[in-house]
Ligand binder design. Structure first.
Ligand code: TYM
Length: 333
């Protein structure tokens, strides 16, 4: 909360091509808050370097992610859109909050366990303290709501614990944020293994539908999606493949699962998969078009990066200065 205004904050890593999981779980929900909240949406490049990145690709994806924010309906006049590394307060607050976060808490983070298994040759300290940087992102802006997919819920809950702990020692410092998880899009699963989350870092490109995939590729990927035994289009725990496809179809068409069951009663999986592919391609087409226009305007994106960083810094500096004063750091202006 800044003054009377509630704050919505979220971020996306520019660590790979963004997927329909990122879109349905997060990006497309961001604009819901643009009218009534003060909103900050960040391209979190500092998070991305917890795993090795190719510098030129990281730079390109940073531009692309910002362009995608805009293509997903985030008007830069109404939302502060910016790049994390351009606002130095994030890393400064992260150091401070590291001193208010317990080793045991970080050890329990499931994403750390998963990522350290995946990158066994590079289990760096940044990977371990990543949730503290994320907490700093959120707390710097006195955030009320954090729209995210379900995989980030544990991190936002840790952020709440850190904020409450800090507030207990130094009252009235941080707003304690609430994660907002959209019921439908919260966990889009892999098309190759529907028990696994769809992830931008998946090596199997057929498991993942990217926001920028062309129509034919989208339809082909859905046609190949792993389905379950049987032939009925019905959502059930023992049908994770079909349930995932129904969920995606539901997100893109607004139809309920019951309506979808009725629509495809007596129809085979093949026809249903084609319909999911077409609905996805139709829904993404305008986003892709807008993305291309935004990306072509490099100067416009750079101007936004500069302006967004200035806007964000104003708020970030206010919180950091409050924190440093409470801690007893000397402040001479
Ligand atoms: P990241 O970059 O992995 O993902 C960005 C957003 O997409 C959501 N998401 C999904 N939602 C549904 N189904 C999926 N298969 C799926 N895959 C990803 C994520 O939940 C996320 O909301 N740590 C964060 C980035 C971050 C952040 C923050 C978020 C850094 N600072 C502050 C919120 C607030 C991350 O790695 O997201």
């Amino acid at each position: 909360m800044f003054g009377e205004q509630k704050v919505s904050y979220s971020g996306v890593q520019p660590s790979g091509n963004l997927t329909i999981g990122n879109y349905l779980g997060a990006l497309r929900n961001f604009s819901e808050y643009s009218q009534q909240y003060k909103t900050f949406y960040c391209v979190v490049d500092q998070h991305a370097i917890t795993v090795r990145q190719v510098p030129a690709e990281l730079r390109r994806r940073t531009y692309e992610t910002l362009a995608l924010y805009m293509a997903c309906g985030l008007d830069p006049e109404k939302n502060t859109l910016y790049v994390q590394s351009m606002v130095r307060e994030h890393a400064s607050l992260a150091w401070i909050l590291n001193c208010f976060t317990m080793f045991g808490e970080l050890s329990r983070m499931t994403q750390f366990k998963d990522k350290s298994a995946k990158h066994a040759d590079n289990i760096n300290a940044g990977l371990f303290t990543y949730p503290v940087l994320m907490a700093s992102d959120i707390l710097l802006y006195q955030t009320d709501v954090v729209p995210v997919g379900i995989d980030q819920k544990q991190h936002v809950e840790l952020c709440r614990d850190i904020a409450e702990r800090f507030n207990q020692i130094y009252p009235d410092t941080f707003t304690v944020p609430t994660p907002v998880i959209s019921k439908q899009g919260m966990k889009i699963m892999s098309l190759a293994d529907p028990t696994k989350k769809m992830s931008k870092s998946d090596e199997n490109v057929n498991a993942v539908v990217y926001i920028l995939d062309d129509r034919d590729t989208i339809i082909r990927k859905f046609k190949r999606a792993v389905t379950d035994s049987g032939s009925e289009v019905r959502a059930a725990d023992d049908k994770p493949g079909i349930t995932n496809l129904m969920n995606i179809y539901s997100c893109f068409t607004g139809k309920s699962l019951e309506e979808i069951e009725r629509e495809f009663a007596g129809v085979g999986y093949g026809e249903f998969k084609l319909a999911v592919g077409e609905a996805t391609a139709d829904a993404l087409a305008p986003v892709q078009e807008e993305f291309r226009q935004r990306l072509a305007d490099k100067a416009g994106l750079e101007a936004q990066m500069k302006r967004g960083a200035e806007e964000a810094s104003y708020y970030a500096r206010r919180t950091l200065s409050k924190v440093e004063k409470k801690l007893g750091f000397v402040q001479i202006r």
